[in-house]
Design a binder for this molecule. Structure first.
Ligand code: NAP
Length: 290
């Protein structure tokens, strides 16, 4: 048993999937779901995602040994302020937020001195569907989870959170907060921004119906993530704005060079860029397969 009483704050896609996975693994005696909407909590119980639901935050976290904040990044500070009033220093708190600098800043603002049991985390797994209905016990299997412990974080708390993710089938690594946000701006936040912006641009064209009618697999593949939750992605883009804008600048430079080559009829340049991109992607996919 890794944890006796695990409390999931926000039983949506990620919180619900974690709850399901730890229950399947038999890693916790009790998994409690807390949420702001009675309907979501009720559904979580009906679907067997959690053992119990508790709409009152103080009651939910009473006796908890590990609390997971699985709510949007923009809601973290308010939640941490409530937890600061309710939890003793022995309780481990982790989160699943897609940006880490903003979550750590929220924790510092809420707790003052960071509790040693605070372990920032981010599962690199997800899908475009959100909500408890999409919760999936296998979501984290063979996926990475990044923990970004701070100098204040206790090694015992990190070990406990690591064990929790590992029992869900995830591969856990650790890195610094800033490094996490730089890497994720490139690999996750920029692609979401591009997908949302492409679909919005096309949808604003007069003949958009005709355009979408003839959209094929390539368009579907490229824009799948534009079906993601707009509130969450608004929060993520604003929370990681410095790294995201730096990546956007780089990407704009690349696009500008491609546009210049197309205008000049420079097929050699295009062939080199596309060939390099294809080789790099295939290399990356091979590495991922192991
Ligand atoms: P989700 O399916 O929409 O679930 C979010 C949960 O948070 C819901 O239970 C929602 O409750 C609750 N919530 C929303 N706003 C809240 C607020 N202001 N106060 C309290 N609770 C609130 O979203 P998700 O995809 O699981 O995302 C949750 C976290 O996981 C985010 O921090 C996100 O950055 C991170 N994450 C997401 C992905 C992904 O691919 N989706 C991947 C990795 C990490 P209601 O049911 O009442 O709306």
């Amino acid at each position: 048993m890794i944890v006796e009483r695990l409390v999931i704050l926000g039983v949506g896609l990620i919180g619900g999937s974690l709850a399901r996975a730890v229950r399947v693994a038999g890693a916790c005696r009790q998994v409690i779901g807390w949420g702001r909407s009675p309907g979501t909590l009720q559904r979580a119980l009906e679907l067997g995602v959690v053992d119990e639901i508790e709409p009152n935050l103080a009651s939910a976290v009473r006796g908890a040994d590990l609390v997971v904040a699985a709510i949007p990044p923009g809601a973290m500070e308010g939640m941490f302020r409530e937890l600061a009033k309710l939890l003793g220093p022995e309780v481990i708190i982790t989160d699943v937020g897609s940006t880490k600098g903003s979550v750590v800043a929220a924790a510092r603002a809420a707790f003052g001195a960071l509790p040693p049991g605070f372990v920032p985390g981010h599962p690199i797994a997800g899908k475009e569907n959100s909500g408890v209905e999409a919760a999936d016990a296998d979501l984290f299997r063979c996926k990475r989870v990044i923990l970004t412990p701070l100098p204040e974080t206790s090694p015992e708390a990190v070990a406990k959170v690591r064990a929790l993710w590992e029992c869900c089938g995830a591969e856990v690594s650790e890195m610094g907060v800033e490094h996490h946000d730089t890497v994720l701006a490139a690999t996750s936040h920029l692609p979401h921004l591009l997908a949302f912006t492409l679909v919005d641009t096309l949808a604003n064209m007069d003949d958009n119906w005709e355009i979408f009618r003839y959209a094929a697999g390539g368009f579907r593949d490229f824009t799948r993530i534009a079906s993601s939750d707009p509130v969450m992605w608004r929060d993520i883009c604003l929370a990681n704005r410095v790294d995201l804008l730096a990546m956007l600048d780089r990407y704009n430079d690349g696009l500008q060079q491609v546009a210049t080559a197309i205008a000049a009829g420079d097929g050699e340049y295009l062939y080199r860029i596309f060939g390099h991109a294809r080789a790099a992607r295939e290399h990356f996919l091979r590495l991922e397969k192991g």
